[in-house]
Design a protein around this ligand. Structure first.
Ligand code: FES
Length: 221
């Protein structure tokens, strides 16, 4: 067993638990600050300090193991400003990111955002790419962002990084990524009714017959 301090109160919890499981062991019922439990949704942003260490660490509660003497506080959401835009009315030009998020220009290149990212993204590089108007690179650098908000919490320039990254990925997906021609062809086939008879046949099957058909299906190489 070890001791952790959750929102200022001490608890004895078993060694080896994640912060999230330790909180539940201590009696917290998580209705905020908990989602996928697998490191994907970004709902469990947490800050903590360790005894005798001045640093404030930031991480995901579902991915971080408790340590003896840890002081823990959760940040279930970040009240960061999100620009109001209609994607269909935003042209995918380099200046789009800076126009909607002018605070990007306040970046002092301190790299705190990169150090606070639990996904180990090169967040400050993405800020620089955004300032250069390189939407594709921003989207690529931030592909694994889980929108936990920890970068925005720590940023001295008060940039809402994760909202900017989301806009970049949306612009990339909507305008800059080549259309998948095979998908367009398949959608046209579906709309023309090419699979209606097959679908009717499947809908008429019982559970066992359906399971057998599933096992025997053609699998694409
Ligand atoms: S609960 Fe989803 S990332 Fe931790």
């Amino acid at each position: 067993m070890l001791t952790v301090y959750i929102m200022g109160k001490g608890y004895r919890v078993p060694e080896g638990l994640t912060i999230m499981k330790a909180m539940e062991y201590a009696g917290y019922r998580l209705v905020r600050g908990c989602g996928c439990r697998g490191g994907y949704c970004g709902a469990c942003a947490t800050v903590y300090r360790l005894p005798g260490d001045y640093r404030l660490y930031a991480d995901l509660a579902c991915q971080t193991t408790v340590q003896d003497g840890m002081y823990i506080a959760q940040l279930p959401s970040t009240p960061a400003e999100r620009a109001d835009y209609q994607l269909s009315q935003v042209a995918p030009r380099g200046e789009a990111l800076l126009a909607l998020y002018p605070e990007l220009a306040r970046c002092v290149a301190c790299n705190t955002c990169t150090r606070s990212c639990p996904q180990k993204l090169e967040v400050m590089d993405a800020v620089q790419a955004a300032l250069r108007g390189d939407i594709r690179q921003v989207a690529e650098l931030t592909f694994d962002c889980v929108q936990c908000g920890l970068c925005a919490m720590r940023c001295p320039a008060e940039i809402a990084h994760y909202h900017v990254w989301q806009l970049a990925r949306r612009l990339c997906g909507a305008y800059l990524t080549p259309r998948a021609q095979h998908l367009a062809r398949r959608v046209a086939e579906v709309e023309s009714g090419a699979f209606d008879a097959e679908l009717d046949r499947l809908m008429g099957m019982g559970k066992d017959e359906l399971a057998k058909a599933y096992q025997a299906r053609d699998i694409e190489p």
